[in-house]
Ligand binder design. Structure first.
Ligand SMILES: NC(=O)c1ccc[n+]([C@@H]2O[C@H](COP(=O)([O-])OP(=O)(O)OC[C@H]3O[C@@H](n4cnc5c(N)ncnc54)[C@H](OP(=O)(O)O)[C@@H]3O)[C@@H](O)[C@H]2O)c1
Length: 250
């Protein structure tokens, strides 16, 4: 075992952003544990010599905790976590579908809370390390026809900012990752033109650079989305509601 090699756990790594991020870290010679539910996809990605598959469902808390223990046993240590699992059903989002809202909150919010819980004691005892959470800029303010997804990301943004303080006391870094539109299976369901759409390699480069080379609390990209959302955050409700009603209320 190479003690100097850096080690990362990526969830939501069977496809999309998580997969591209796992492959980027592996290319940079990190040892990478990948998790998601689809075992065949994970095994395919784990053909890379630096990547190892640990299937799990984030809605099963005891399995999440077992998975983390297994990774720790196999890897010996962990430097960084990138929690990127998430779900989005555009059709169900359009109405107020209580079952959909519950499911989305269970995966996107509670699933990540469960992952953080699984690693909490380890990082707090170690007094070093880094936890990062893939949320979304849409969590900053409400949007039409998005009953569960934006609410799940709003919860995640708030949660991530909260634990930033709790972990800082233990010298553990917490980072919020806010990607704009990235072409993945999740956004392929969208039936509107996505502004400033980027590919997963672009997202992986930005995430790697932000986590490894920079120190900011939030990694938000591309710059156009970062700019728009910084403005959205400070607009009075009257102006924000007018703009969204006029330009986004599809
Ligand atoms: N694409 C974008 O434009 C965009 C923008 C902002 C934020 N995001 C966020 O980025 C993250 C990744 O999304 P993506 O765009 O890369 O979509 P994606 O390709 O659909 O990836 C979602 C990942 O989450 C995993 N996942 C879903 N439910 C899970 C569960 N119950 N347990 C464990 N893993 C689960 C999926 O794997 P399995 O199905 O194999 O479990 C998959 O690996 C999500 O949190 C999403 O909200 C995406």
């Amino acid at each position: 075992m190479n003690e100097n090699q850096k080690k990362v756990w990526v969830t939501g790594a069977s496809s999309g952003i998580g997969k591209a991020v796992a492959e980027k870290f592996a290319k940079e010679n990190w040892k990478v544990a990948i998790s998601a539910r689809r075992v065949e996809l994970l095994n395919e990605i784990a053909k890379n010599e630096n990547i190892f598959a640990y299937p799990m469902d984030v809605t099963d808390q005891s399995r999440t905790e077992e998975t983390f223990k297994k990774i720790l046993k196999d890897f010996g240590k962990l430097d960084l976590c990138i929690f990127s699992s998430g779900t989005y059903e555009r059709k169900s989002e359009k109405g107020l579908n209580v079952d959909n809202v519950k499911k989305v909150i269970e995966v996107n919010f509670l699933g990540i809370v469960g992952c953080v819980k699984a690693v909490q004691e380890y990082f707090q005892n170690k007094k070093s390390g880094h936890i990062s959470i893939v949320s979304s800029p849409v969590g900053y303010r409400g949007l039409p026809k998005s009953s569960g997804y934006t609410a799940s990301k709003a919860s995640l943004n708030n949660f991530t900012q909260g634990i930033y303080f709790d972990f800082k006391k233990f010298n553990v870094r917490v980072t919020l990752i806010s990607p704009g539109f990235i072409k993945t299976a999740l956004t392929d369901k969208n039936d509107f033109k996505m502004p400033f759409l980027k590919d997963t390699n672009y997202a992986a480069e930005k995430i790697y650079d932000g986590l490894v080379n920079k120190k900011s609390f939030e990694i938000i990209f591309p710059p156009q989305i970062a700019f728009i959302y910084k403005i959205f955050q400070i607009l009075p409700n009257k102006v924000y509601n007018y703009l969204i009603n006029k330009f986004v209320n599809r």
